[in-house]
Design a protein around this ligand. Structure first.
Ligand code: IDP
Ligand code: MG
Length: 140
């Protein structure tokens, strides 16, 4: 089933100049990039995006990290896009990420872990319109 997921190339990866390498992996495994843009989030925007984590001890630190520089949200489309992108990202903690995953190769820490991906259809349904209006999505 064709599905969409919200991916973000996080500020650590943008700062390392590896956006192109990450996008190449996205295209190599067959995703269609339906939308993409570079933004620099405010604290309020990061807090709203990660609202599900508001009770977690790392919430404030995570929001500070996500606002330290620009990031690149993208909408990716594929059969089973949500799981397919999570498989390509690898485990949250790069120390546990499988060889060949983006986090294994580009993440610096459990927090500065290079990429974000929606974890379920309901999450994608919140996250995609958080960053992109319908007119910014380019299906083909
Ligand atoms: P996910 O990105 O693999 O879905 P989540 O548990 O949803 O992982 O956590 C969201 C983000 O919060 C992670 O990608 C990472 O940047 C950060 N994070 C998660 N766990 C920790 C932690 O224990 N310490 C610091 N940051 C964390
Ligand atoms: Mg998550």
């Amino acid at each position: 089933m064709t599905q969409r997921t919200l991916a973000i190339i996080k500020p650590d990866a943008v700062a390392k100049n590896v956006t192109g390498k990450i996008i190449a992996r996205v295209e190599d495994v067959g995703f269609t990039i339906v939308a993409a843009k570079m933004i620099h989030m405010t604290d309020a925007q990061a807090r709203g995006f990660y609202i599900v984590h508001k009770e977690r001890p790392f919430y404030a630190s995570l929001c500070a990290f996500m606002t330290q520089g620009p990031c690149m949200p993208m909408v990716l489309e594929a059969d089973g896009a949500i799981q397919k992108w999570r498989d390509l990202m690898g485990a949250t903690n790069p120390a546990n990420a499988a060889p060949g995953t983006i986090r294994k190769d580009f993440a610096s820490s459990i927090e500065a872990n290079a990429v974000h991906g929606s974890d379920a259809p309901e999450t994608a349904a919140f996250e995609i319109p958080y960053f992109f209006a319908s007119l910014e999505l380019c299906p083909r």
